[in-house]
Design a protein around this ligand. Structure first.
Ligand code: FES
Length: 357
């Protein structure tokens, strides 16, 4: 480490190697916090204050998490604010910001302010250099006031430690532990059930079998979705989304076990890709193929939704349909297998495979 540098160009070779003069280190300007002990003390208190506010904000985060309802909104400046997540963002974000501000203020105002420069050298260090590094490190720690100003270190340690609390608390948002019973009531179940009418996703009108033409595809939902609100609505919609297609029954393969799941070539499938869950509706009328826009998995709706191309590993789940007394399409039951992407512990034994009857 050398604070001074040679600025003389000794030989033409040197001039080739160093075509630009090394300007050296700028003249050192003493900081206010070094020149005036009162300013230094003030900076010290500001750093401790920054770290000291972090536990307050971390506790406020936890209080907000439990005390403010997750769907509570308020109107402010003409905008509807989601109060729960806004306050969580403010308290959690400010806490992290204060740790950063405190650390930067500490480094800029209280740590050693000596400029140093080091010439480039071979990548590996000699033992002497390594020992020198350890000495400098220890000197730096001493300069940083780690021993002298123990409160700084303990307040930083406390501030970082307390930030683990909000992080742990938010793990509760991962949902209930997925036991078999919980899975049966959540990811393995949708709101489709016997007698639930199939309605158009755009206008909520129930679909009549006689209104569908061959080659037509309709995005659909269960009629009972309208009874739900907020998060329950979105959860149910994400799983129950449906596509209904009508194909010429003579041009498709209907296995024996699914013969009464369709009405004259009208079939219904989950709209959620079995790869990683994108909604699908790119429909090729002629081939009966349905293409997922995300990674190009292609499903043959004329053959029980089996995969004909792409990374999806399972056929699209098919919803058993029937017609009610007024001629409207209704479900016979929920899907017979879980919709969407795979998950741990998923039982794949009932998934349809090409050639199944
Ligand atoms: S989500 Fe459909 S192919 Fe990946």
């Amino acid at each position: 480490m050398t604070p001074e540098h040679s600025t003389a160009l000794a030989t033409p070779e040197d001039e080739m190697l160093h075509p630009v003069l090394d300007p050296g280190i700028e003249e050192h300007v003493e900081r206010y916090s070094d020149a005036d002990a009162a300013v230094g003390d003030r900076a010290y208190k500001q750093v401790v204050l920054c770290f000291g506010l972090v536990p307050v904000l971390a506790i406020a985060f936890v209080v907000v998490y439990f005390a403010v309802p997750a769907d509570f909104t308020a109107r402010l400046l003409g905008v509807n604010w989601h109060v729960h997540s806004t306050l969580l963002g403010l308290t959690g974000g400010l806490a992290v910001l204060l740790v950063g501000i405190g650390a930067i203020h500490w480094a800029r105002q209280l740590m050693n302010d000596t400029e140093i420069a080091e010439e480039r050298h071979a990548a590996s260090s000699s033992d002497e250099e390594k020992n020198g590094f350890v000495e400098k490190l220890n000197a730096g720690i001493a300069d940083a006031g780690v021993h002298r100003r123990g409160l700084l270190v303990s307040s930083l340690g406390g501030a970082l430690g307390i930030l683990a609390v909000p992080a742990v608390v938010t793990l509760a948002d991962l949902g209930p532990w997925p036991t078999a019973a919980v899975r049966r009531e959540t990811i393995e179940k949708t709101i489709w059930a016997d007698g639930v009418r199939v309605v158009n996703d755009n206008n909520w009108l129930p679909l009549k079998a006689s209104d569908l033409e061959i080659g037509q595809l309709v995005n659909a939902e269960p009629e009972n979705l309208r009874e739900l609100h907020g998060a329950a609505y979105h959860n149910a919609k994400a799983k129950a989304a449906l596509i209904v297609v009508r194909m010429d029954p003579n041009s498709i393969r209907i296995p024996e076990s699914r013969r009464d799941w369709q009405i004259g070539g009208i079939l219904a499938y989950s709209k959620i890709c079995t790869h990683v869950g994108c909604p699908i509706s790119l429909w090729e009328q002629q081939t009966h193929h349905l293409l997922c826009p995300c990674h190009q998995s292609t499903f043959d709706l004329g053959n029980s939704g089996v995969v004909v191309f792409g990374p999806a590993a399972r056929a699209l789940p098919q919803l058993p349909l029937r017609m009610d007394a007024q001629g409207y399409l209704v479900a016979q039951s929920d899907f017979t297998v879980p919709v969407g992407p795979s998950f741990f512990e998923r039982d794949s034994r009932n998934d349809f495979k090409d050639g199944d009857q």
